[in-house]
Ligand binder design. Structure first.
Ligand SMILES: [Zn+2]
Length: 495
């Protein structure tokens, strides 16, 4: 597994540091010095107060492709403006993104995010700033270093530890550990000395240990500095963003980088309490909702229980699994149906396997799920990392019926949907109940694939009376049809 190398590499870094000591005079300083010289010299770099980059590009939605190996949905990014103050650890990123794919939410989104030292904040469309989480602050602190100017400046800082110099092809690599403990790898081009890329490691709850890598190219001269006009970022093997810089502005307007005092004084946002409710829907069927907008459904068979959906992440899914076991004590929970591979729906895959559940899913998801299960989660160890367990799958092709003398759940592959290629929905013939994820959500602003959903239901000959969803509220089928009609059934994006 290629993912194992990171933990080994981290170990090697620690070892190399112990052996080499951490003197600034050690040869590892040369990589940073070379990079500083290529960018315009140490004095010039240290004199920069702010750098603003403006441009346009693309962003992707990780884990939201039509099929697990398909291309990621893309946003077009415009009005991108990122200002960095490396000396004070301040940054502000403003952008507008427009969905280039069918989307049931807002297709144009404006965001405005800031960092001031350890304080991360978001600015709403009304101009009001609110404090963001500690995790957001950490992510933005590292993101600030994914630029040649900021990473080389960090490398020049006496409080920074440089270690593990090494060569990779025509690049010279060095690990940089900041005073805050963030570890990044800088790669410079051996010929030009210019930074070629920066790599940092982080945890992704689906993918585990992932490398975020930003590649720099198209350098231009600006105010005595060399600055890239293109920044391309990947996460693991996936493209994340591609930014084409139209203007590099050195020491421009710096007035808006400081976090408002009210934000600095505000407490970190508290994680909402994890609530899992169990609403009886029909005999032997419960809707497990509560906090958030990712629900699950529990079915009671004669000698076992089956869950529909283990969503979001380990915390939510473990709470749902525990709740399911408490609703029908004494009957074993043995199966989890995962509706599709999208990350917010498969986030509980690993904990479900660790809890001994057989995974029921569309056959086209299985090799991808096997890869997710085999991945390492050393940065934020989950249950599977601590106690690996073999996965068992029950693959579904076009349809599958789970049935005994007390319960019957039919599962169907959703056909020809423009957003969901691997989606299974459920139908309970006794109660005329539809159980589904992403076919319909009462909270969506538009229903661009309503026609496809109605065609699938007609094709299977289902007589739906009630919708029991993963997203949104439970509704009668009459209400569902009415809402779809009001907000964009007919194939076009409503609104
Ligand atoms: Zn969804």
């Amino acid at each position: 597994m290629k993912n194992g190398i990171w933990s080994k590499r981290t170990f090697a870094v620690v070892l190399a540091t112990l052996l080499a000591g951490c003197s600034r005079e050690a040869p590892q300083g040369k990589v940073v010095d070379d990079a500083a010289r290529a960018l315009g010299g140490k004095e010039r770099i240290l004199a920069v107060k702010t750098l603003t980059i403006e441009g346009e590009g693309t962003d992707t939605n990780l884990g939201q492709n039509v099929t697990p190996e398909g291309e990621l949905p893309t946003w077009k990014v415009t009005e991108y403006r990122q200002t960095m103050d490396p000396a004070r650890g301040r940054m502000r990123v403003q952008q507008v993104r427009t969905a280039q794919f069918l989307f049931a939410g807002a297709t144009v989104q404006r965001s405005d995010q800031g960092l001031d030292g350890d304080v991360a904040y978001n600015v709403g469309s009304d101009g009001a700033a609110t404090r963001a989480t500690a995790a957001a602050a950490r992510d933005r602190r590292v993101a600030l270093l994914h630029h040649p100017l900021t990473i080389v400046r960090a490398g020049l800082d006496p409080s920074t530890r440089l270690s593990n110099p090494r060569r990779h092809g025509n690049q010279q690599l060095i690990d940089i550990t900041t005073a805050k403990g963030d570890v990044l790898t800088l790669a410079i081009d051996s010929v030009t000395g210019l930074p070629a890329r920066v790599i940092s490691l982080s945890d992704n709850s689906n993918l585990g240990d992932v490398a975020m890598e930003t590649t720099f190219s198209d350098y231009e001269s600006a105010d005595g500095l060399k600055l890239p006009k293109r920044l391309t970022t990947t996460v693991d093997k996936y493209p994340q963003s591609d930014l084409r810089v139209s203007r590099n502005i050195v020491d421009g307007d710096v007035t808006k980088l400081r976090a408002p005092e009210t934000v600095k004084a505000a407490a970190l946002p508290a994680a909402p309490p994890m609530v899992v409710t169990a609403d009886p829907v029909a005999k032997g069927i419960w809707w497990l909702a509560g906090s958030g907008n990712h629900h699950s459904v529990l079915f009671e068979f004669a000698d076992h229980l089956t869950l529909f959906e283990v969503p979001l992440d380990e915390a939510r899914s473990k709470a749902v699994i525990d709740k399911a076991r408490s609703v029908v004590p004494g009957k074993p929970l043995t199966q989890a149906i995962i509706s599709h591979h999208h990350f917010d729906h498969s986030g509980g895959l690993r904990v479900a396997v660790a809890e001994g559940l057989t995974i029921v899913t569309y056959r086209g998801n299985i090799s991808f799920f096997e890869d997710l299960i085999a991945r390492r989660h050393t940065i934020a160890p989950d249950e599977m990392e601590k106690k690996p367990r073999k996965a068992h799958f029950l693959p579904v092709d076009d349809e599958l019926t789970l049935k005994d003398n007390t319960m019957e759940v039919r599962l169907y592959h959703l056909l020809d949907n423009p957003r969901e290629g691997t989606n299974l929905f459920g139908y309970i013939p006794r109660d005329h109940i539809l159980v589904q994820a992403d076919l319909y959500d009462s909270t969506w602003t538009q229903y661009p694939w309503a026609d496809n959903v109605l065609r699938n239901i007609a094709l299977r000959g289902l007589r739906v009376e009630k919708d029991v969803p993963v997203h949104g509220a439970m509704q009668s089928w009459a209400e569902v049809l009415k809402t779809m009609q009001l907000r964009g059934a007919g194939g076009g994006a409503g609104q």
